[in-house]
Ligand binder design. Structure first.
Ligand SMILES: Nc1ncnc2c1ncn2[C@@H]1O[C@H](COP(=O)(O)OP(=O)(O)OP(=O)(O)O)[C@@H](O)[C@H]1O
Ligand SMILES: CC(C)(CO)[C@@H](O)C(=O)[O-]
Ligand code: BAL
Length: 288
């Protein structure tokens, strides 16, 4: 496995993959990450490995998508361990650029995705700059690698939709692949930020997936009213010392709110546990 730190080195390495040796017209898969790798990231790599000849992972804690300086400063960084994990999961090439490489002096361009897709939930909670930061860095990463496929987790469902919209609108010729959320035994979605939780905070955090499970059960029992389903979630969340930011049920494509779950809808939750902000979601599928 090779590690490269500049776009120039990255293009050179990819050129030899694409033209080189026995591989010929190699299919390239990309897994963008912010590092602090866990099994969730590695599951994306394994899917990429199965569907491509060459797997590129980027590791870059992108400052422009962080609203809060404290969140950026606290974000876990562990490159040496990440490199080992990436190699063991089958990554061929790691792109780990510096901030100056991605945002050189004078950098003045942003990619902005507009509409409810970026204004609600995470767009509202983390500020309007968040998805501009994500769309800008993901377009730079995709343009640097021009992968055939790029892999994103359903845990960040809104980000996934924003990236799909952006690649479609800009005509970036990469297929965006959606991968399921991996969870720990207590149901908590794997997340790099989980490393920042104390044991008590972790117990509180596990109420988030429990709330999603309770909503799924209430829907299965025949309740399709969004206001009642949200109340079911809130009842589970309350008492866990959680600072709930939102419990929303939205159209999974447009992220507009719905009143009744008559078609598949996304139930998404964001909550703070101490200083750590966590998100999770599940697709609600009504029975016919
Ligand atoms: N539990 C998970 N299962 C599957 N994919 C995941 C999981 N957690 C993160 N991913 C995906 O991995 C990619 C990189 O995410 P990122 O590096 O931000 O990790 P993260 O664990 O989501 O960190 P954090 O939530 O703390 O920002 C994203 O596409 C994200 O959706
Ligand atoms: C897609 C991404 C790597 C862009 O910085 C980040 O938002 C993430 O890790 O989900
Ligand atoms: N995992 C999504 C990226 C972020 O939290 O900024």
């Amino acid at each position: 496995m090779r590690i490269v730190r500049t776009i120039h080195e990255l293009r050179d390495a990819l050129q030899s993959v694409r033209t080189g040796g026995s591989i010929g017209a190699a299919r390239v898969g990309m897994v963008p990450t912010m590092g602090a790798l866990h099994e969730g990231h590695l599951s994306l790599v394994r899917t990429a490995r199965a569907e491509n000849d060459c797997v590129v992972m980027s590791i870059f804690v992108n400052p422009t998508q962080f609203g809060e300086a404290a969140d950026l400063a606290a974000y876990p960084r562990q490159e040496a361990q990440d490199v080992e994990l990436a190699e063991s999961a089958g990554v061929d090439l790691v792109f780990a650029p510096s901030v100056a490489e991605m945002y050189p002096t004078g950098f003045a361009t942003a990619v902005h995705v507009s509409g409810p897709l970026t204004e609600v939930l995470e767009g509202a909670g983390r500020g309007s700059a968040h998805f501009d930061g994500v769309a800008t860095i993901v377009s730079k990463l995709l343009l640097a690698v021009l992968p055939d496929n790029a892999y994103f987790g359903q845990k960040d469902a809104q980000q996934l939709r924003v990236v799909q919209r952006m690649t479609q609108d800009l005509g970036i010729p990469t297929r965006i692949r959606s991968c399921p959320t991996l969870r720990d035994e207590d149901g908590l979605a794997l997340s790099s930020r989980n490393a920042l939780l104390s044991d008590t905070e972790r117990a509180s955090a596990s109420r988030i997936p429990s709330a999603l499970t309770a909503v799924t059960a209430a829907l299965a029992a025949g309740d399709i009213s969004v206001s009642r389903l949200r109340a079911v979630a809130e009842e589970v969340l309350v008492g866990g010392n959680l600072d709930v930011e939102y419990v929303e049920i939205v159209d999974p494509d447009t992220f507009e709110s719905v009143k009744f779950v008559e078609r598949p809808a996304l139930c998404a939750i964001a909550a703070r546990v101490g200083t750590v902000r966590l998100i999770d979601n599940t697709l609600l599928v009504p029975q016919r």
